[in-house]
Design a protein around this ligand. Structure first.
Ligand code: FAD
Length: 403
């Protein structure tokens, strides 16, 4: 059996980000992933355009991820508009603090590729691919993992980063609240005739929710939330028919629209783990908090969880303390819960209110938009959440290489 300081399960953006944040710490780390390394090195387009906050950009710069994303693939987000049905009222969010952007849009595929590249050749890191976690045993001193290949590893700390449907979380005996919205989200890129002026839209029409994520040129990410049967019908259409259907769903607001690449569908299920830490173990990324995408915060939270936990672990290691002690893990759990729970609840409430087409909900959300439009603190709070610049959770400079 091979012994490590830390085992990370899942080489998604959260697991890779966490591994990168441990660089230079002197800790030995195993990163276990069920996919093949060829797929991790060159991930396929998955339709997700990830909206990143200012804090996430800072964290990605410190982790040497941001520099690896081609500048032409980073699209600025200048303002965001929320609209309700045919109502002329739109709630607009823009950064009035002197900054130009609310945030940036980067394809998930390129975030994954950058994170993979950033950990290549990292001292003390073993990447074990083609190897799902099959069984887990934890006691007060160590976590012991058995991989599907039969290989056994042990560590002082095991970190689960294996998605919102985390099998590791179950193996640890940690439950989670799952909220199934009964809807599917279709995401794809579209070309369109009229300019989007780098404004994102979230538009709650009756029977549909559509969003637009502005990319460079006359291109945008289209995000459609509909009952699963309507999404299946859209996926089955040929390209020309699909273009016409999307132009209609957007009511011609961007002129003619045409498909640009592949279409991807995701069932809408939000997940919040009952605990983020157990004996010799912690959850990060979607394994801890799997957000509904409407407020675009899943990966932003995932990055923060990786940064928070790595800071606590690296500081403990530098001081010769136990990196998997109950107080350390409890501190991580407390801070990440405080940072995520309010927005998780608010996001679910927004998602439920805005996809409910019964009359009271329609009236309520129009009223909510009108009210919010005139309530400056509400708008300010949202903009501050997007534009705050705080990378204090990363290990101190000097403790991570290149940070
Ligand atoms: C349509 C859509 C739009 C989104 N938009 C945004 C946005 O605008 N902004 C934002 O911040 N977030 C957004 N998100 C959320 C974001 O994509 C996720 O939060 C993020 O990808 C989660 O990263 P992760 O590393 O935690 O999990 P994942 O990306 O799910 O990676 C998990 C990894 O674990 C591996 N794995 C699973 N099980 C095992 C096992 N048993 N053993 C070994 N390996 C295993 C998987 O193969 C995978 O590589 C969006 C999500 C969706 C669906």
């Amino acid at each position: 059996m091979k012994r490590y300081d830390i085992i990370i399960v899942g080489a998604g953006p959260a697991g890779l980000g966490f591994a990168r944040a441990l660089a230079g710490s002197g800790l030995s780390v195993a990163l276990v992933e069920q996919q093949d390394r060829g797929k991790l090195a060159d991930p396929a387009f998955d339709g997700r355009e990830i909206a990143l906050t200012h804090t996430s950009r800072l964290l990605m710069e410190r982790l040497d991820l941001w520099q690896r994303i081609p500048a032409g693939e980073i699209s600025p987000l200048r303002d965001a508009r929320v609209m309700n049905g045919p109502s002329p009222f739109a709630l607009t969010f823009a950064d009035s603090s002197g900054g130009d952007e609310l945030g940036w849009l980067v394809p998930n595929q390129l975030i994954r590729r950058a994170a993979w590249q950033a950990v290549q050749g990292q001292d003390g890191l073993d990447i074990i691919d083609n190897a799902a976690l099959a069984a887990l045993q934890v006691d007060d001193d160590a976590a012991t993992a058995t991989l599907a290949t039969g290989e056994r590893l042990s560590a002082r700390l095991l970190v689960a980063a294996d998605s919102r449907f985390s099998a590791t979380r179950r193996m640890l005996g940690i439950g989670a609240q799952l909220r199934d919205f009964g809807k599917t989200m279709l995401v794809c890129r579209m070309r369109h005739e009229l300019p989007h002026h780098h404004a994102a839209w979230e538009w709650f029409g009756y029977g549909k929710t559509v969003a637009l994520l502005p990319l460079h040129g006359e291109r945008a990410g289209a995000v459609l939330t509909l009952p699963p049967r309507r999404i299946e019908a859209l996926l089955a259409m040929d390209e020309a028919g699909f273009g016409r259907a999307i132009t209609e769903l957007f009511e011609g607001r961007l002129g003619e629209m045409a498909l640009d690449g592949s279409r991807h569908a995701y069932p809408l299920v939000a997940v919040y783990a009952d605990r983020f830490a157990g004996r010799r173990s912690a959850l990060i990324g979607d394994a801890a908090v799997g957000m509904h995408p409407v407020t675009a915060h899943g990966f932003n939270f995932g990055l923060r969880s990786a940064a928070r936990l790595s800071k606590a672990v690296v500081e403990a290691a530098a001081a010769g303390r136990d990196i998997g002690s109950p107080p350390l893990l409890a501190g991580y759990e407390r801070s990440h819960r405080r940072a995520t729970r309010p927005l998780y609840e608010a996001t679910n409430a927004i998602a439920a209110l805005y996809t409910d087409d019964r009359l009271p909900a329609r009236v309520l959300r129009n009223g909510a938009l009108r009210a919010a439009r005139f309530v400056a603190p509400f708008r300010k709070a949202i903009v501050a959440q997007l534009t705050q610049r705080d990378a204090a959770w990363l290990p101190r400079a000097g403790q991570t290489r290149g940070a």
